[in-house]
Each structure stands twice: as structure tokens, then as C-alpha cells.
Design a protein around this ligand. Structure first.
Ligand code: NAD
Length: 261
């Protein structure tokens, strides 16, 4: 069984959706979980929910695009619990538009959250691991869009592809200490991030919302099913608990067969 007893796990974007479920599953597996999010009220609520269920959790206010906030947030976790063993860099947003219509500010915002956020949080957590001479796991939240492109998603696809390079580099640099790094690549999961896209895409392609789901989002899955937060959280648990460098520098696609490697 995958256990994380006494491990300290920092999950970004853990106030909602996939990150929230990962935090809950990690806590159920015995971990002490830091819920890092821009939305501090929701992060506090998630942490409270975990503590009420008997787990250990703290909320950390963090904008992952801010070097100072990331370094301070990680320092707070280390001060409280002594270390960070597992990072899940998961915070993310989506902005959809045609490339020719994309505002440069929106492009930069997307790359800042997805790429700067992954770099800054990985750097801070890896520094702690290296200082202690300890192994650990750095998990980056990619997407099927780490492997495939879709129209309207230029910065998202670019950033999610970029995470593969970051994880592979962390795997190479962290290997001697047993710092493993992998990317999880989910298909569509019904979270606020996806719910927002359905009407936007319906408008852009002039089709119904039902058709966005059927003919765009789930068209290439083997069974027409959404991936769930539990599916992704269970893979995140396996990657966090896996103890050797045998599994590092990889991307694990969790998408009902939408993309097959
Ligand atoms: P969500 O909107 O439910 O949750 C995202 C969380 O990230 C929110 O709590 C938000 O406050 C937080 N966040 C946003 N910007 C932040 C910042 N600058 N600093 C800190 N926190 C910030 O979204 P989700 O669907 O759970 O997405 C989580 C991750 O999974 C994202 O990286 C997303 O790209 C990825 N993903 C989602 C899907 C999907 O279908 N939902 C598929 C593949 C990959």
C-alpha cells in the first residue's frame, strides 16, 4: 500500500480541484500536507477539512509567480515541520483564445503561473532537500497538452510541454540524492478550470456546450469518460510514495486513452 507517513508534502493550487484532492489523499496516506494557494480562504478551508477528518494540514498563502512568496511559503513549511519531502507543483489557470487574438499580457501570465511557478517551487523545495542531503519527489502537473496541441491554447500547450523538460532536468540533477521528478498528464477533469472553458469553446466554435464535451473534450477517449480528481490523485500518491530512481524523468498520462505514449 502507498503510505506517506510523516512525509511533508507541499501542494500548490490545493484550494480547489485536482490539487485539493491530492492534498486530501496524501493526508489520508499519513502525510503532513501544506495547502499552498493564492486563494488563502479556500486554502484554510481545505486545511481545516483535512484536520477535521483527522489529518495534518496547514494553509500557506502563495502566489507561485512570486519568488519572494514561494521562498517565504516554503520556509514557513520547513519552520513548522522541518522539511519538504514531496512537492506537487499543480497551480494553474487556463486562458483560451486564437493565437492571433492572444494578448501578450495573457501569454506572459500563463507562462508565469505554469512555468515560473514550477521552477520557483521546485527550486525552493530542492534546495531544502539538498541542504538536508535527503531524497524526495517533485511532481509537476502537466496535461495531455504536454504531448498534444489543441487550437486556442497556445500558451497552455507551450507551458505544459515545457514542464517535461524541467522534470527531466530535475531528475538528472537530483538523481544522486534520490530526488525524483515526474510529470502527471491528465485528460479533461471536471474542475472549475474546465467548467469555465466549456461555454467559452462553445462560443468560439459556434457549437453547443454538449458538443464541446462530446466532440472536442472526450472525442478521442476510449470510453467517452472524464478523468476524475481521484484518478489523478491516486497517480500522484504512487509517484510520491515510489522510493527509487527507477521512476524518474517520466510523464504519466491519465486520460482514458485520449493520448497513448
Ligand atoms: P482549479 O481551477 O480547480 O484549481 C487551480 C488552483 O490553482 C486554484 O485553487 C487557484 O486559486 C490556484 N492558483 C491559480 N493561480 C495561482 C497562483 N498564481 N499561485 C497559487 N495558486 C494559484 O484547476 P484544476 O483543474 O484543479 O487544475 C490544476 C492543475 O491541473 C493545473 O495545472 C491544470 O493545468 C492541470 N490540469 C487540469 C486538467 C483539467 O481538465 N481540469 C487537465 C490537465 C491538467
Amino acid at each position: 500500500m502507498n503510505r506517506l507517513d510523516n512525509k511533508v508534502c507541499l501542494v500548490t493550487g490545493a484550494a480547489s480541484g485536482i490539487g485539493k484532492r491530492i492534498a486530501e489523499v496524501y493526508a489520508d496516506a499519513g502525510a503532513r500536507v501544506a495547502i499552498a494557494d493564492l486563494a488563502i480562504d479556500k486554502a484554510e478551508a481545505t486545511a481545516r477539512g483535512i484536520r477535521d477528518a483527522g489529518g495534518q494540514a496547514m494553509a500557506v498563502a502563495m502566489d507561485v509567480t512570486s519568488e519572494a512568496q514561494v521562498d517565504d511559503g516554503v520556509a514557513k513549511v520547513v519552520e513548522a515541520w522541518g522539511q519538504v519531502d514531496v512537492l506537487v507543483s499543480n497551480a494553474g489557470i487556463q486562458i483560451v483564445n486564437r493565437l492571433t487574438e492572444f494578448a501578450f499580457d495573457d501569454w506572459k501570465k500563463m507562462l508565469a503561473i505554469h512555468l515560473d511557478g514550477a521552477f520557483l517551487t521546485a527550486r525552493a523545495c530542492m534546495r531544502d532537500m539538498e541542504k538536508r542531503g535527503a531524497a524526495g519527489a517533485i511532481i509537476l502537473m502537466g496535461s495531455v497538452h504536454s504531448h498534444l496541441a489543441s487550437p486556442l491554447k497556445a500558451p497552455y500547450v507551450t507551458a505544459k510541454h515545457g514542464l517535461l523538460g524541467l522534470a527531466r532536468t530535475i531528475a538528472k540533477e537530483g538523481g544522486k540524492l534520490g530526488i525524483r521528478s515526474n510529470v502527471i498528464c491528465p485528460g479533461f477533469v471536471r474542475t472549475p478550470l474546465v467548467d469555465k472553458q466549456i461555454p467559452e469553446q462553445a462560443k468560439e466554435f459556434a457549437i453547443s456546450e454538449e458538443d464541446v464535451v462530446k466532440t472536442i473534450m472526450l472525442k478521442d477517449t476510449v470510453d467517452g469518460e472524464f478523468t476524475t480528481v481521484d484518478d489523478v490523485a491516486n497517480v500522484a500518491l504512487t509517484l510520491a510514495a515510489f522510493e527509487t530512481n527507477a521512476l524518474t524523468g517520466q510523464s504519466i498520462v491519465v486520460s482514458h486513452g485520449w493520448f497513448m505514449q
